[in-house]
Design a protein around this ligand. Structure first.
Ligand code: KIV
Length: 275
């Protein structure tokens, strides 16, 4: 059955944990759906793990639509949320609504996600007024990496913790159906989760959140440029893939691939007429 905003809300109310992973392609999305993951985020983290960029700032609407629509084509039961990339919603409410609409129409998203608290509440109100569900995202918001001065845990001091709690309440009031909490101390994320009606989805925010999300290349051990403290490797597929690539390289070079089982036959008489 399709996971929707209503499913997420019901899961919070019933104390059932929500599982989310990122995804950026059709084949992997099919595997995540088959595993029973509740929601897929086509995150702008694709800038890092798919495009090899140092941050998410250069990710475009076209990237999000191309990768997002490939994921959406694989998902029948899994809710698909597509990230609004940097400067696709900050500049004006009109631009935010227009671009959220493109992610729904061209990307075939079930919801969009954008980063920020009080500052983006007018955008959240306007987008949800069009019938587009919005997931908010506060804490360490990677699109503001330059303002933060690096990937730092957010909300450790009283002023910032209060600000995050206020932001969480404001995005809920603006109409967000869920809230991502990234790199927030566990006790603060737990408090925010208790204070909100809508579900919280944590990444580096401890087990008090209503759900969890990880970047799939991180949890499979496929991305080795850096590993944040909150990442757990549920498999080490990077090593296995490299071994398979090496075996293929050797087989091609020593002539054991392709063998006859992986080649096509033709009628000898046809061949003879070619000579
Ligand atoms: O872009 C992304 O993958 C995200 C998650 C880390 C929450 O925003």
């Amino acid at each position: 059955m399709k996971n929707t905003v209503a499913t997420f809300q019901k899961m919070k109310e019933q104390g059932e944990k929500i599982s989310m992973l990122t995804c950026y392609d059709y084949s992997t999305a099919k595997l995540e759906e088959a595993a029973g993951i509740n929601g897929i985020l086509v995150g702008d983290s694709l800038g890092n793990v798919m495009l090899g960029l140092p941050d998410t700032l250069s990710v475009t609407m076209e990237h999000m639509i191309t990768y997002g629509s490939s994921v959406a084509r694989a998902c029948h039961d899994t809710m698909v949320v597509i990230d609004m990339p940097f400067m696709s919603y900050q500049e004006s409410i009109e631009r935010a609504v227009h671009n959220a609409g493109r992610l729904m129409k061209e990307g075939r998203a079930n919801a969009v996600k954008l980063e920020g608290g009080a500052a983006v509440c007018p955008q959240i109100k306007a987008i949800t007024a069009c019938g587009i569900p919005v997931m908010a995202h506060i804490g360490l918001t990677p699109q503001s990496i330059n303002a933060f001065g690096g990937n730092k845990v957010q909300g450790k001091n009283e002023a910032r913790a209060k600000e995050l709690l206020e932001d969480a309440k404001k995005v809920q009031e603006a109409g967000a159906f869920a809230l991502t909490l990234e790199c927030v101390p566990k006790p603060l994320a737990s408090l925010i989760t208790k204070e909100l009606r809508i579900p919280t989805i944590g990444i580096g925010a401890g087990d008090g959140c209503d759900g969890q999300i990880l970047v799939y290349q991180d949890m499979l051990g496929l991305f080795s440029d850096y590993t944040p403290k909150f990442v757990k490797h549920f498999a080490s597929l990077g090593g296995e893939m490299q071994a398979a690539f090496k075996a293929y390289d050797e087989a091609v070079k020593n002539g054991t691939f392709p063998d006859d089982a992986h080649a096509f036959k033709m009628d000898d008489s046809v061949l003879e007429r070619l000579y």
